[in-house]
Design a protein around this ligand. Sequence first.
Ligand SMILES: [Zn+2]
Length: 168
Amino acid sequence: MKETCPVCGAESELHCVPYKIPYFGEVMIFTAICDSCGYHTTDVMMLADQKQDRCEKVIASPEDIDAVVIRSSFGTIEIPELGVTVEPKRGDAFITTVEGVLTRVERVVRMLSKDAESKQRADEVLKQIEEIKLGNAQMTLIIDDPTGNSAIISTELFFKKDLISTDL
Ligand SMILES: [Zn+2]
């Protein structure tokens, strides 16, 4: 498949890779890499019967931390308990675990803690994330995706070893 590069306008190749998630089904991964300028974009698409435009899961135990998160590039991640919202970014889809999402949040929070006031707030959020990872605190993971291509898949459905967590 050919696609016009949104950055330089050159024709680039679009790759579609099916990705099988145990006991859930297939997810199509689209990757386009522009040969001229190196622009890279990734997105995911799920089968129609799995589509949901809002997913919500309470994360309360270490097992929940291992739940799989699929976020298309139209999905907004929200964690009310942490006061965190991760806006979608075009071409930035990923398949990871709840822990992987928390690691991304930690990265963003660290980047934003520039002055003393925001650093104190950041430290509080980071401490709270630590407690959640240990199973001492709980949070709600919400993904709003108008395209319905995002999902949170519980680990009760499969064994962890079957899964390969990837940062696309
Ligand atoms: Zn390009």
